[in-house]
Ligand binder design. Structure first.
Ligand code: CA
Length: 663
């Protein structure tokens, strides 16, 4: 028995020695990687400690054909391989390959590539100066308030293609970066569309769904393909299908910069949707072909096998990256800094941020704030599966307070308002479900500690997790799951359209009057529907496109949202900056009837010209009577109230909201 155990032990040991590279012993390289270009020479350097040899292959085209030159790389310091070519190599396509265990791995574009050809197969040597549109060096991010506090932002989440692809968009460059840069476009009903619509709405930040180079669209086939883009291929390059020429590495960069420049000129900031948590490919990814296994986490009890089989999968996309590994951390940091500096990006949304470790996120935040002090950072404080990295180390929602100037999405208020996203039939506060009051109050206070919230009754979080209101994204819908309008239809089949419109208005009123950073999903302001499709990531334009005729049809809703946005921007009382202000200046009515929420904000203490603000919501299906504090109240918002100041009461119709104030 002992003998068997001993041989088993030796077998395990041997297996470990053979199959498990000790990633911790790989040297770290702190210098520049990828291409360093000048007119007189181009230097190339990759990091691949396990490689026995490395090559740079040069091509005339971005795909097909044979390399016209193959250069053996020299072994450099700290696991790097490099070469320098004299002369001007602009517009040459290039790839690398490394030999590991006596086998040449696949050719891959430089993971640090700044330009690529068609479908991101080969990197391209470019002079970044050639990618600047006219006036780019003078491009400036517009102010979004007096202070530019993160809670002054009003974020609008939009997909590049969705914005313009509808026949009725009046936009020429449909589905392209340039389409979103067109001004003065109109629908056939005469309503402004695209960029002009965003400007008119009054939002401050446009969060564009992924516009780095992603894998799922064949860029050589110009149309009838659709994807959200959460499948990263080349992190530091724009997606080709949004450009007018995906073959030329310069065009996509230039056109994206044109879009950003135009947004900035028109008072809008741009947020980058960052998806560093996984790569579209696993064994075949750029990372894994250069340094097998290193950039990813591996299942705890399986022996890490760099050639596949043991990748852990907290993203439900086949792999999860390992931000805690020094070279992955360095990659993420350099990538966001590159986007912020080269493209003048104003904010980052981190997909499945709960996969990343807190330390990396805080390093990133500190560096980005140095480049742009008023940058807005937020992410999904959750994962899509189990991760081997302990919860205490990861940037998940319950650790939000440990994050340095990074917000997390509040699913507490999201589902408190409309019901669980995992159960289409489930209703929320705004659609008549009783018992959701504390979940919504939790969101009104932006997950900050508040003495009047009964945390035992909050749907998900049983304690506050925010250090301050800037720590929380206040929202009730995004690209994931059903649109709010569809969710209301699916969960309230017996409600009339008029009733659902009231619910919709109520939901958006809660979002835009609550503390935290408000976040709207594109088209919500005109009751966007995806025909009940729950996950529309590849559903095509017929489901996903913003249908601009809806704007005229639902103009009163659009105008109402515009009004809410205007009020929020004018009143600091809705944009508190620290947790103490929230606890001290929001006073909930503890006796508000079931299905209602009523509270006052002490505007005077917050330098608001509205000295006192009274806000009440009736999410129930019957009229409710709510106490109104004494005084001479004026009306700011009223979707169904009967105000009786003398009697100290306000009657609120079902699914309605009221905002009153004293000067
Ligand atoms: Ca692509």
């Amino acid at each position: 028995m002992r003998k068997i155990l001993l041989s088993l032990f030796l077998l395990c040991l041997m297996h470990e020695l053979i199959a498990q590279p000790n990633y911790d012993q790989y040297p770290v390289y702190n210098g520049d990687l990828g291409l360093t270009y000048s007119k007189t020479n181009s230097s190339f350097r990759i990091w691949s400690p396990p490689a026995e040899a490395g090559q740079l292959l040069l091509y005339k085209e971005g795909e097909n054909g044979k390399p016209f030159k193959t250069i053996d790389l020299k072994k450099g310091i700290n696991g790097t391989w490099y070469t320098t070519l004299s002369g001007d190599w602009e517009k040459t396509f290039y790839v690398f390959r490394v030999k590991i265990n006596n086998k040449w791995n696949n050719e891959i574009p430089d993971p640090y590539a700044k330009a690529v050809g068609i479908n991101g197969k080969r990197a391209m040597v470019i002079d970044l100066k050639d990618t600047d549109p006219q006036g780019w060096t003078n491009d400036k991010s517009p102010a979004f308030s007096k202070q530019n506090n993160p809670t002054d932002a009003i974020i609008y989440e939009l997909h590049v293609r969705d914005a313009s692809i509808d026949n009725n968009s009046g936009i020429k460059h449909k589905g392209k970066f340039l389409g979103l840069a067109e001004l003065g476009t109109l629908s056939k009903e005469g309503q402004s569309t695209g960029l002009s619509h965003l400007k008119e709405l009054g939002v401050t930040h446009i969060h564009l769904l992924p516009f780095f180079d992603y894998a799922s669209i064949d860029e050589s086939k110009s149309d009838n393909q659709y994807n959200w883009g959460y499948d990263p291929l080349n992190y530091n390059v724009p997606e080709g299908s949004y450009s007018t020429n995906p073959y030329d590495g310069i065009t996509r960069i230039k056109e994206l910069k044109q879009l950003i420049q135009t947004f900035h000129k028109n008072g809008l900031r741009v947020i980058f949707d960052a998806v560093y948590n996984h790569t579209a490919l696993t064994e075949q990814s750029n990372f894994n072909q250069l340094v097998p296994g290193y950039y990813y986490r591996h299942k705890k009890d399986a022996r890490p096998d760099p050639f596949g089989g043991s990748f852990s999968n907290a993203t439900a996309c086949g792999n999860e990256t390992a931000s805690e590994m020094p070279m992955m951390r360095k990659f993420m940091l350099e990538s966001v800094l590159y986007w912020a500096k080269e493209y003048h990006i104003d904010g980052f949304r981190f997909d499945l941020m709960g996969v990343h470790d807190i330390k990396t996120m805080n390093i990133i935040s500190k560096a980005l704030h140095k480049v742009k002090p008023d940058i807005v950072l937020y992410g999904e404080g959750w994962t899509a599966g189990e991760s081997p990295l302990p919860d205490s180390m990861r940037a998940i929602k319950k650790n939000a307070w440990k994050l340095d100037r990074i917000a997390v999405f509040s699913d507490d208020i999201r589902d408190g308002i409309k019901g669980s996203v995992f159960d289409v039939k489930d209703k929320g506060f705004a659609s008549g479900k009783l018992g959701m009051e504390e979940s919504v109050k939790f969101g009104i206070a932006a997950a900050c500690d508040h003495p009047q919230i009964d945390y035992s009754k909050v749907n998900y979080s049983k304690q506050p997790y925010a250090a301050a209101p800037w720590n929380v994204i206040t929202y009730c819908e995004c690209h994931d799951n059903n649109t709010l309008w569809d969710k209301l239809a699916l969960s309230c089949p017996n409600a009339s359209e008029e009733e659902r419109k009231k619910m919709h208005q109520l939901a958006l009123t809660i979002i835009l009057t609550s503390q935290g950073i408000p976040f709207l999903h594109a088209g919500s302001e005109f009751l966007r529907s995806k025909n009940g499709v729950e996950n529309s990531y590849n559903s095509g334009d017929s489901i996903n496109a913003l249908k601009w005729s809806l704007k005229k049809e639902n103009l009163e809703i659009t105008n109402y949202v515009k009004r809410l946005i205007k009020i929020r921007k004018e009143h600091p009382a809705f944009r508190m900056t620290d947790a103490k202000q929230v606890a001290q200046n929001i006073l909930f009515d503890n006796h508000a009837p079931d299905g209602t929420i009523a509270y006052t904000i002490n505007g005077a203490a917050l330098q608001d010209r509205w000295k006192k603000i009274f806000i009440a919501f009736n999410g129930s299906s019957v009229e409710k009577e709510i106490s109104l504090p004494d005084g001479n109240w004026k009306t700011a918002i009223d979707t169904g109230a009967e105000i009786k100041p003398g009697l100290g009461k306000v009657k609120l119709k079902k699914y309605s909201a009221v905002v009153l104030y004293k000067d």
